[in-house]
Structure formats: structure tokens, C-alpha cells
Design a binder for this molecule. Structure first.
Ligand code: HMG
Ligand code: MG
Length: 300
């Protein structure tokens, strides 16, 4: 039987949040609308965080109001606290994501509180979301390594993943924030997480700093994971994880998945058009290997 994989496109949020130059709201909205047109059904649109912390996402309201909603597409947004949740829902969000960390140091740098405190902030978000019928995803950052603490024990990641799931998150996305993981460390980490969270509720969110993200996605696929986050053109990075690059490029992920017989519903050639378009908008070349290869083949 063909494996169906759900792709969560995070380029408009994770991909753009680290861009130094302001990307216009029109460009962000066009990116989201274009992505919705190539078969991607989940597009993380923006984040309702403090504009002092992440200036690039300051236009979150305008992005949510500007995009053209399609019935079959979900547009989740990041919220760090109840204030962000309230603003997100007022702007039309029906899907949100809270974000925790397996590492104390990263939690403090990224959201200015301890891991325990972050869960205290999430509790009212989950309560309100339940009342409002809004779906809440939970992220765990630094699932195998932290930019400040180094390697992270699989138990620490499993504990935070379990806590998010128990608190009411419908799914837990495992973030290799600095892209330091390998199939071995990711497999070990996943084995622990899967003792606590059903595999159908687990997503892989792998950054590609060391070029391992597609390999880590494949290792996770082998363990039964069928949800992956990725960023068109490989855009991105986290401002609080210096030196970390973007997520696995959506086109690299899709090529790999189609190549092993999985279905994603994504039109790879048209996705590469978007990678080229957004890279041009940002004044750079397409970063992904698959994007470059397919563009070179077209040119030859
Ligand atoms: P804080 O300074 O501790 O919070 O920041 P505070 O409650 O003391 O408020 C400080 C200021 O922020 C106040 O404004 C608040 O009103 C305002 P001021 O009075 O100083 O002008 N504020 C807000 N403004 C807008 N929206 C809000 C909000 N809440 C408070 N929701 C806070 C705490 C969480 C707000 C801050 O640390 C923050 O915004 N951090 C966001 C960091 C972030 O977005 N990082 C990137 C996303 S995570 C990621 O990329 C990892 C992931 O991809 C997975 C992976 O790869 O690992 C998901
Ligand atoms: Mg990320």
C-alpha cells in the first residue's frame, strides 16, 4: 500500500522569520497563495509573537487577512502565549501551534522563560482553543541538540513531547532546530518519543544545517512517521539558534518521498517554480539540491 505523507510547509514562517531585510506582506501572501496552488494542504502562515523579538513577523495580522483561504488548506500560526492566541484567532486563525523546548537554555533564549513556565503559558491557550474549536499543534525544539547545551538526552525530548500531547496538542512536531542530528541520533530520540506519543501524532521538523535533514526524514519515515515540516527553497533558520540554516527544502523532501514510493499530493515541478520565485524575491539563488537540479535540467 502506498504511504501517504502530510507535508506542513513552514517557509512563510520558519523560512522568513530570520530574513534580515523586511519581506513585504504582499510577497508573504503571494508565497502562501502560490503554495496552496501546488497541492500543499497545510501552510504555516506567520507567528503572533512579540515584534520586538521577531520583527519580520510583525505584519502577522495583515498576512492572515490578506491570504486567499482555500477550503482544503489549513493555515496554522505560532503563538507563544494567550495574548498571541487571542490576536491570532481575531485575525482568523483556526489552527495554532505552541512551541516548547527540550533544552532549558534554548527555552530562555527563545521565549524568555523556563520549560515549566512555558507550559504554564500554554495552559490557557489550550483551554481557550478547546472552547473555540481551534486545533493546537505542539513543537519541541532542540530534540537532539541545543546551540547552548550541546547534545540533548532522548528522555528530555520525550518528556516535553509527552507533556504537550497530554496537555491537549493534537500533534507534536519534533524540531532539530540546529540541524545537527543524524539518522542515528534522530532514530534514538524518536524511539523514546514513540514510547509516549502515537506515531500518527508525531511530525519531523528537521533543519538542514549539516545536510542531514532528508536523511533524518527518511530515518523517521522508516520508523513510521508520516508528517514532515519543510520550507520551500530551504529558506530559514531561527534567530535564537545562530548559524542554523533553514528547514529541509520542501522540494528535497518531496523528491525523496516520491522516490521511495510515498505520496504527498505535491506537484514537484510547480513547487520548484515557487522556490525559484521566492529565492529571486529574496535576491538569492535556489538553495536546494533538487531545486537546482531540476532548474538545470530545464535549462539544458
Ligand atoms: P517577554 O519579554 O518575556 O514577555 O517575551 P513579556 O510578557 O514580558 O512581554 C514583553 C513585551 O512583548 C511586551 O511589550 C508585551 O506586550 C509583548 P512591551 O510592553 O515591552 O512593548 N508581548 C507580545 N507582543 C505580541 N505578541 C505576543 C506578545 N506577548 C508579549 N504574543 C515572548 C516573551 C514569548 C513574547 C517573546 O519571547 C517572544 O515573542 N518570543 C518569540 C520567539 C520566536 O518567535 N522564535 C522563533 C519561533 S520558534 C522556532 O523557530 C522553532 C521551531 O521552528 C521549531 C524548531 O525548529 O525547533 C518552531
Ligand atoms: Mg524550525
Amino acid at each position: 500500500m502506498t504511504a501517504l505523507v502530510r507535508i506542513v510547509e513552514v517557509g512563510a514562517r520558519d523560512g522568513l522569520q530570520n530574513e534580515a531585510a523586511t519581506v513585504t506582506t504582499e510577497t508573504k501572501v503571494e508565497l502562501i497563495d502560490r503554495l496552496a496552488g501546488v497541492g500543499i494542504t497545510e501552510i504555516e502562515a506567520t507567528s503572533f509573537v512579540s515584534p520586538r523579538w521577531i520583527p519580520q513577523m510583525a505584519d502577522h495580522d495583515a498576512v492572515m487577512r490578506g491570504l486567499t483561504r482555500r477550503d482544503n488548506v489549513r493555515y496554522p500560526v505560532l503563538v507563544p502565549n494567550l495574548r498571541g492566541y487571542t490576536a491570532a484567532v481575531a485575525a482568523g486563525a483556526r489552527d495554532v501551534a505552541v512551541f516548547a523546548s527540550a533544552s532549558e537554555s534554548f527555552s530562555r533564549k527563545n521565549i524568555n522563560c523556563s520549560v515549566d513556565e512555558s507550559f504554564e503559558r500554554f495552559a490557557p491557550v489550550l483551554d481557550a482553543a478547546k472552547r473555540d474549536g481551534v486545533a493546537v499543534r505542539g513543537y519541541v525544539s532542540c530534540v537532539v541538540a541545543c546551540p547552548y547545551e550541546g547534545p540533548i538526552a532522548p528522555e528530555a525530548t520525550a518528556r516535553v513531547a509527552r507533556r504537550l500531547y497530554d496537555q491537549g496538542c493534537f500533534e507534536v512536531s519534533l524540531g532539530d532546530t540546529i540541524g545537527a542530528g543524524t539518522p542515528l541520533t534522530v532514530t534514538r530520540m524518536l524511539a523514546r518519543v514513540l514510547e509516549h506519543v502515537p506515531v500518527a501524532k508525531v511530525a519531523g521538523h528537521y533543519h538542514d544545517t549539516y545536510g542531514m535533514a532528508a536523511a533524518n526524514a527518511y530515518a523517521s519515515f522508516e520508523q513510521g512517521v508520516r508528517i514532515f515540516d519543510s520550507s520551500v527553497g530551504g529558506l530559514g533558520g531561527c534567530p535564537y539558534a545562530k548559524g542554523a540554516t533553514g528547514n529541509v527544502a520542501t522540494e528535497d523532501l518531496v523528491y525523496m518521498l516520491h522516490g521511495i514510493g510515498a505520496e504527498t499530493g505535491v506537484d514537484l515541478e510547480r513547487l520548484v517554480d515557487i522556490a525559484l520565485w521566492i529565492s529571486t524575491q529574496l535576491g538569492r539563488e535556489v538553495q536546494s539540491r533538487v531545486g537546482r537540479a531540476l532548474l538545470a535540467r530545464r535549462a539544458s
